[in-house]
Every structure is written in structure tokens, then in C-alpha cells.
Write a protein that binds this ligand. Sequence first.
Ligand SMILES: Nc1ncnc2c1ncn2[C@@H]1O[C@H](COP(=O)(O)OP(=O)(O)OP(=O)(O)O)[C@@H](O)[C@H]1O
Ligand SMILES: [Mg+2]
Length: 426
Amino acid sequence: MSAVFGIDFGTSNSALSVARDGEVALLNVDPQNPISNSLKSILYFLKEDGRTRSFVGYEGVSQYIDNEAEGRYMQSIKTFLPDTGFEKTAIYGKTYTLEELISIFLVKMKERGQVLIDEEVDHLVLGRPVIFSRDSEREDIARERLLRAAQIAGFKEITFQMEPIAAALAYEKTLPPGNEEIVLVGDFGAGSSDFTIHKAGGLKTGAREQDILSVGGVYIGGDNFDSRIMREKVAAYYGKDVTVKSMFSDNETGLSPLVIRKLMQWHHIPQLRRPRTLNNIKELKVNAGFKDKKLLTNLENLIHSNYGYLLFRAIEKAKCDLSGQDSAKIRFSDYDIDIDEAILRREFQSMIRKEAALIDACIDETLAGAGLGPDDIDVVFLTGGSSYIPLIRSIFETKIGAGKIRTADAFTSVAYGLGLYGSMLN
Ligand SMILES: Nc1ncnc2c1ncn2[C@@H]1O[C@H](COP(=O)(O)OP(=O)(O)OP(=O)(O)O)[C@@H](O)[C@H]1O
Ligand SMILES: [Mg+2]
């Protein structure tokens, strides 16, 4: 029987598993990564000696930093799947579709995995979120693009499986044979939060669709939480609140809401390089006071030096610190700016209250979809990096009960479950 790969292509982390000879194993495709068996979902292009080279994972991050933000660095690529506005992008004069970019990433995973198991693999179980978009046209486009990316990467047989269902299979594997439980799985990633309610039992085999009682998902994840911190704590350093008296009237003007919106996602910051936006900032500076001028200069530096990635890394670090402690610091001092902002867990929780409410409602919908109430759930299985956030956990503690919560490896459960699914297909 030939091997099957399982790929969890995540918004910020990806992982690869293999199913062969009745066994499933995770493959360590990025030994440099401190999170074992995980590969950062980033792509980095650099032109060297007339040749464009591409990098992924930790190597990509260190190349990007070593080359002082030269080249093209891309993160959260998965987020663009349902984005009909993204058609093509040019990198060093060559245009790539989104599916071509993703395929470059998938090819690296495929090749590294093949080396590790010393076998060519063309059968893939590919994870996907429960929903890409509420809009059915975008939903179809996203699915089609992901499929196409896997085809371009050289996979001949491709089977999709939903990420939270894969996580449910990984949890099920830990149960003693014969134990039957109703499990609510929550997978909290960087881009989406996905749920499934699943009848888990240690002895079952086969494709198991009948045991999936309900699925649900929202396109909210850790990236959104980082954006909130940016808006509330950091964007003021870049002139978010600057208002300047207009030269022609008594009106006060400031940065446009569109500019501020672009600031909230680091990979959108390069879009602010348009001459119109840059002129706008320049005009505001003319009439701004000394302090405000400096803030607008910070914004210009951010746009020109394109260091948004490093800034958001500092934000993400503070967010992760808040999962284990009551307060944290957002620290960034480089590129002629010095940010040292305290953030309390309490503040962070109120920043993401709206997102948490949407997640809460989605869990209720998923329960309703299964025709079950909170008391019917035997176990809650939480996975994904954002499941470390105490506020997210507390939703389940309140609704289902703290004693029912189980966790496993937050970054590899989905990939492992995809491998388990692959072993059932054979
Ligand atoms: N300790 C922590 N506390 C809070 N958030 C964390 C922690 N560790 C990681 N995260 C967040 O978890 C997210 C990454 O989790 P994960 O790798 O599960 O996502 P993903 O699989 O890439 O995304 P998706 O499944 O949505 O495509 C990031 O937003 C990261 O900032
Ligand atoms: Mg994930």
C-alpha cells in the first residue's frame, strides 16, 4: 500500500503527517522550528545572482531578517483564498496566481516529506477550514484554489477533510477502545475558529461521516486579535489619532479610515505606498504640531522600510505572554521608534470581546446543529494556538464545564488527524 500524506496548511503554521503500513506519523519538515513537527506558513522570495529563490518556514524568516527586509515576504497566505480581489502578484517580474504561490509552499512540504520517508507520495489528505467564506461564490473559489494548488504541487489524488474533524480523529485516538463519547472539538488558529461535534469511539474504522453530528466555523482567529492590539495600543504611535486643522476650513482632518484599516494587518501596509496616500500624510504633516509630526514620520518610516512584520511579531509576543500572565509589554525599538506599552490581560479581553461573542454564538449554533445541549457534551477537545487564550477557554468552562476540557499538541493535532483519515481511506 502506498503512503498518503496529510497536510494541515495553516494560516500561520503548517504540518505534515504520513499514513503508511497502517501507521500514522508526523514528519519534522522544519528542524529549525522550536515547535516540533511544525512549519511556519511563510514564503520568502529573494533575488540572488539574477536568480529568484524561494524559502519557507524558519529559513524564510531568518533569510528575511538577515537580508534586512529585502525581497518579498508573505505570511497568512491562506487568508487570501476567498479574496476575489487577489488575482495575481508580481515577484521580481514574474506573475504568480495565489494557487501558484501556495503550490510553492506545498511542494516544499511534499519534497521534504518524501526525503524523510524515502518514498514518492502522490495521494494527499488536505485540511480545510469548515468555512472559507459565508459568500457561496467565494467559498467555491477558495476551495477550488486550494485544490488547484495541491494539483500544481504534484499531488494526483487529493481528498479534503475539515480541520476540526481531523482534530476530532486525533483526540479519538487517545481513547481506550470501546469508549464512546460525544466530543466538541474547538480548533482556534490564526485565521479561523472551527468546531465539530463528533461521536468518538475507540473501535471504529472507515470514513466515519455518520459520526459527525455537526460542524461550524467563523473566520476569526489569532490574526484578528493581533489587529485589535495594534488598533488599541500601537497605532497611536503611527498617527492614528492625529487631527490637524484643515488649511481651507475649520474642519479637522486626520488619516483616512482606509489608511488606518490597512495598518491593522501588516501584510496590507505595503499597499500604503501609493503616491496619493503618501501625499496625504505629507499634507497632514505640514500643519501638524511637533509631536504629531513625529508620529506621522513614524508612519512614513513604517511604510518605506516595510518593517510591519517585525512590529506585529512584537504584538503577537505580548498576546502570547498574556495567556500565561496578567500583564505584558509590547516592546519595539528599531527604525527610529521606541514602543514600550504595557497591556493587561483584562484590557486584551475587552479588546476581543466582540470576536469572543461571535465565537460563542458559533459554538451555540454548532450545538444546535447537532440537536444537543451543553450537558450532552462529554468532552471538549481544544487545539490550535489561540486555544491557549484564557478568554477562549473560559467560554467552554462556563458553557460546558472546566472538568470536561482536554488538550493535546495545539499545533499538530490537525495534521495527525488528517494522517489518520488517510489511513482509513486505504
Ligand atoms: N500562547 C499563546 N497564546 C495566545 N495565542 C497563541 C499562543 N500561541 C500561539 N498563538 C496564536 O495561535 C495562532 C497560530 O495557531 P495555529 O498554528 O493553530 O494556527 P493555524 O493552523 O496556522 O491557523 P488556521 O487553522 O486558522 O489556518 C497565531 O495567531 C498565534 O499568535
Ligand atoms: Mg489550524
